[in-house]
Design a protein around this ligand. Structure first.
Ligand code: ASP
Length: 424
């Protein structure tokens, strides 16, 4: 390939990723235990969590912009964009439909909240104003999709930056004269990768602080109170994340689920602790490239796309939550209404930003579409953060799976294995 190859991004963490991931996992559990037994430590440790998430967030937009432009310029020059994007979107949509279906089947089987015993939960409605119709929702999304890039950057509008970077990178590649500029973005992308590596050394400490803060803040009580609902969401997420996704990956790539999970452990713990697929993106990229050997040209397009639109966990959660709220209010949703729930849950998940509680807000679309009261959101608020941590992990797992699937169906060729071996 031309001098357009992104330099390698190697880290010492690669030497023993399993050990590092295990330490992070232990830190997560230790943080949760500390937060539960010594809640007064929560506010102090929250500072550490804020610093860690802040450092990750600071890198997200620059990484998305530089790496997407660089990869798109390369793929555009080779005419390989179409295959990569169409496989990505087919995978995103297919897995999201599977996730929603699992959620709907489980929630119909278990019927949480249908006994009326939880009806007292109604009342503390949050001030959430949702779109008045699916069309209004789409209009709001369209406004977010295309925005002046400077404004989008200052408003942290990842979607608009992503769209701009995709278009700009493609135009650069097609211009036939973009090699120099593309190389500049590749170098910037590599430098940002090095910063990510530095931040990642703090992962166990960051995860420890976040877990302690979270448990100290909310405790376990709401989770126990809404047990059946939490169990249905958690069970659905577990089915999708532990069975469906690994099965798809195994069928497509023959990669063993164990090796996939090994590679995914670090981004999974960060996703769980931060409840943000956008903040986890730098870690997910590192895992895809370093652990799963996905060429950066693929991972640096598929992962930013995935972190923005591919949200299996959120889609599943939105569907279950809508039916749970219907049960609480004693409203029966027939097959047709549940179909609307399924479609709008996918739309709401696609529209949700990769930040904490985004799914809770876009759920207004699902509820409005089938005439459920928005106040219902107030009933599930207390457990949302916990469920958010779980659904974000599944979102990130789905993104990571997307890179290996896309790499199998739309390979960019070994000469494009950006970052292979050229690093100091
Ligand atoms: N927190 C989720 C994510 O970042 C989005 C959601 O709220 O469901 O992927």
């Amino acid at each position: 390939m031309s001098g357009c190859a992104l330099p390698a991004k190697k880290t010492n963490l690669k030497d023993d990723p399993m050990r590092f991931a295990s330490i992070t996992l232990i830190a997560l559990v230790a943080g949760a235990v500390l937060g539960a037994y010594f809640p007064s430590t929560g506010p102090v440790l929250a500072l550490g969590g804020t610093l860690f998430v802040g450092a990750l967030k600071a890198l997200v937009l620059p990484i998305i912009f530089c790496s997407v432009v660089a990869s798109m310029a390369r793929l555009g020059a080779q005419g390989k964009i179409g295959g990569l994007l169409s496989v990505s979107f087919m995978y995103f949509l297919g897995t999201m439909i599977a996730a929603v279906s699992i959620g709907l089947v489980l929630v119909n089987l278990v019927a949480p909240g249908s006994g009326g015993e939880l009806a007292a939960l109604a009342g503390d409605a949050p001030n959430i104003t949702g779109p008045s119709s699916p069309l209004a929702f789409l209009e709001a999304q369209a406004k977010k999709l295309v925005q002046d890039p400077i404004q989008a950057w200052s408003r942290n509008n990842i979607l608009a930056i992503l769209v701009f970077a995709l278009a700009f990178g493609l135009a650069l590649g097609k211009s036939g004269k973009g090699d120099g500029v593309a190389s500049g973005f590749e170098v910037a992308s590599d430098a940002l990768g090095r910063l990510v590596t530095l931040v990642l050394y703090a992962t166990p400490v960051g995860v420890f602080c976040l877990a302690a803060k979270q448990v100290a803040q909310t405790g376990w009580e709401p989770i126990l109170k809404l047990g059946s609902y939490v169990l249905v969401v958690a069970g659905g997420l577990a089915l999708h994340g532990l069975i469906v996704l690994p099965l798809v990956i195994w069928l497509v790539t023959k990669r063993s689920p164990l090796s996939f999970f090994r590679a995914a452990l670090k981004p999974l713990t960060v996703a769980f602790a931060t409840a943000s697929s956008a903040a986890t993106l730098p870690v997910t990229m590192e895992a895809a490239e370093e652990e799963l050997d996905v060429p950066p040209t693929v991972s640096r397009v598929v992962l930013p796309l995935g972190a923005t639109v591919n949200m299996d966990g959120t889609a599943l959660y939105e569907a279950v939550a809508a039916l749970f709220i219907a049960n609480l209010y004693g409203i029966h949703l027939d097959f047709g209404a549940q179909l609307i729930v399924a479609v709008t849950a996918c739309l709401a998940a696609i529209g949700a930003a990769g930040i904490p509680s985004a799914g809770l807000v876009t759920m207004a679309l699902v509820l409005t579409a089938v005439g459920l009261p928005l106040e219902g959101i107030g009933m599930i608020l207390a457990v949302d953060r916990f469920l958010d941590m779980m659904r974000t992990s599944v979102n990130v797992l789905g993104d990571l799976g997307g890179t290996v699937v896309v790499n199998r169906f739309a390979p960019v060729g070994s000469e494009d294995a950006v970052g292979e071996g050229g690093d100091a």
